[in-house]
Design a protein around this ligand. Structure first.
Ligand code: ACO
Length: 163
């Protein structure tokens, strides 16, 4: 990735992350949503930063939240939102963000599994499958426009073998 780096999100990154979210996805959130996720899960809200002609720029983010299952026994890492700016896609940045987020959620937060929701038509499904994630459920009309989502999951036991 050359001069790219994956690092933790910082408050100063907020405007750039919101901009990437708004230009990449129809699922947008108010600033406090990003801030509260960051406050509660500081280590697994990541950004990808590139340096061009000594200018630093955020080109992607992966925002995750640690959750408990219904029984409160299992700890789960929820990838709430991930995006990379259009000009920098298909260069491995999304994969690098996901790999780092999965690693941190396993090592630092001790989650038993990582999961996410994704539009059934989104080619990102392929990226998640390459990381070993599996679609376990179809969530009917999950999105506002009526599209279904796949819930995709990765057991951390699988990760120890793969990543
Ligand atoms: N066309 C083809 N393949 C795609 C595409 C696409 N538009 N998007 C993702 N992929 C898959 C392919 O398998 C591809 O692998 P390949 O390069 O070997 O063909 C792989 O993903 C690309 O991997 P990366 O380069 O590591 O990923 P990238 O940096 O492009 O980021 C991301 C992927 C984040 C999904 C980016 O395409 C994006 O921002 N999309 C718009 C926002 C979005 O849909 N985010 C995911 C929503 S679900 C959620 O947030 C939990």
């Amino acid at each position: 990735m050359g001069h790219d780096k994956i690092r933790q999100f910082e408050r100063e990154d907020l405007a750039q992350v919101i901009q990437i979210n708004r230009t990449s996805l129809p699922e947008n959130y108010p600033p406090y949503f990003f801030i509260s996720i960051h406050e509660n899960n500081p280590e697994c809200f990541l950004v990808a930063e590139i340096e061009k002609e000594s200018e630093k720029k955020i080109v992607g983010y992966c925002m995750c939240r640690i959750e408990r299952g219904y029984t409160l026994i299992k700890k789960k890492g929820h990838v709430v939102s991930i995006a990379v700016i259009e000009e920098e896609r298909q260069k491995g940045i999304g994969t690098a963000l996901m790999k780092e987020a999965i690693k941190i959620m396993g090592d630092k937060y001790n989650v038993d599994e990582v999961f996410l929701e994704v539009r059934v038509s989104n080619p990102a499904v392929l990226l998640y499958e390459k990381l070993g994630m599996k679609a376990t459920k179809t969530l009917t009309s999950y999105y506002r426009d009526g599209e279904d989502a796949f819930r995709m999951e990765l057991s951390m036991k699988e990760v120890e073998k793969k990543i």
